[in-house]
Design a protein around this ligand. Structure first.
Ligand code: FDM
Ligand code: MG
Length: 213
C-alpha cells in the first residue's frame, strides 16, 4: 500500500436552495483560506464546462426538454466525470470548496421526479463523500428579493419548498452544519469560515469517505 507522506485536503460542500448565497460564500471562503496560506481550489456543480454539463445547462436554461429521470442521471454523471479530478486535488493536499454536490442532486430530483430519495441517491453511491456540508438556510422571502429570481428551471416556490424538505432529510446522515443565509454576508462568512477552520486540522489523517456506503 501507498504510504501517505502528505496530509490530504478537506472536501467541503456548500448546499442550499437557489439564491441562498452559495457562490458568494464559496468565493469568500476561498479568499480567506488563501490569505491563511491554505492550498485551496473551488469547484461548482453542475460543471457546465463539460459535454454533459453543456446538456444540463441547456436544460436548466429551458432550451431543451428532457425526462427528469434522464436529467438526474446526467447530473450524477457530471459528478462521476469529475471524480478523479476531485480525488487528485484532495490527495495533493489541496482543500476543495464546492458549490453544490450530491445533496443537490438528490434533493432537486426527488422534488421534480416524485421518486423516493433512495432512488435519487443511488447513482451517486460510491462518489467521494464530503467531510462537511455547509447548508445555507434561506427563506422564500429572501430568495425572491435576490436578483434574477425565477429565470432558470426549478426556481419556483413550490419546487423550492419540496427541495428544502429533502435537504432536511438528507442532512440526517453525514456531517452537516446549518447557517442562516439571510444575515449580512460578512456575518454568514464568519460563521462558515469558523466551521471550515475547525474542520481543517481534523480530517488530515482520515481517509476520504464514499457517499452512501
Ligand atoms: N441541480 C444541481 C440539480 O437539480 N441537480 C444537481 O445534481 C445539481 C448539482 O441545478 F436549480 C440544480 C440546482 C439548481 C440548478 O444550479 C443549477 P445553480 O447552483 O443554481 O447554478
Ligand atoms: Mg440557480
Amino acid at each position: 500500500s501507498i504510504i501517505r507522506t502528505m496530509a490530504r485536503g478537506a472536501f467541503i460542500v456548500l448546499e442550499g436552495l437557489d439564491r441562498a448565497g452559495k457562490s458568494t460564500q464559496v468565493s469568500m471562503i476561498v479568499e480567506a483560506l488563501k490569505e491563511r496560506n491554505v492550498p485551496v481550489e473551488r469547484r461548482v456543480f453542475p460543471d457546465r464546462s463539460t459535454a454533459i454539463g453543456g446538456i444540463i445547462n441547456d436544460y436548466l436554461a429551458k432550451k431543451i426538454e428532457l425526462a427528469p429521470e434522464a436529467v438526474h442521471l446526467l447530473f450524477s454523471a457530471n459528478r462521476w466525470e469529475c471524480k478523479d479530478g476531485i480525488l487528485e486535488t484532495l490527495e495533493k493536499g489541496t482543500t476543495l470548496i464546492v458549490d453544490r454536490y450530491a445533496a443537490s442532486g438528490a434533493a432537486y430530483s426527488a422534488a421534480t421526479t416524485g421518486r423516493p430519495l433512495s432512488w435519487c441517491t443511488s447513482p451517486d453511491q460510491g462518489l467521494p463523500a464530503p467531510d462537511l456540508v455547509l447548508y445555507l438556510d434561506v427563506t422564500p422571502d429572501t430568495q425572491q428579493q435576490r436578483s434574477n429570481w425565477g429565470e432558470e428551471r426549478f426556481e419556483r416556490a413550490e419546487t423550492q419548498r419540496k427541495v428544502a424538505e429533502n435537504f432536511r432529510k438528507l442532512s440526517e446522515s453525514g456531517n452537516w452544519a446549518f447557517v442562516e443565509a439571510g444575515l449580512d454576508k460578512l456575518e454568514v462568512h464568519q460563521k462558515l469560515l469558523q466551521k471550515v477552520l475547525d474542520l481543517l486540522e481534523g480530517c488530515k489523517d482520515k481517509p476520504i469517505g464514499k457517499l452512501y456506503e
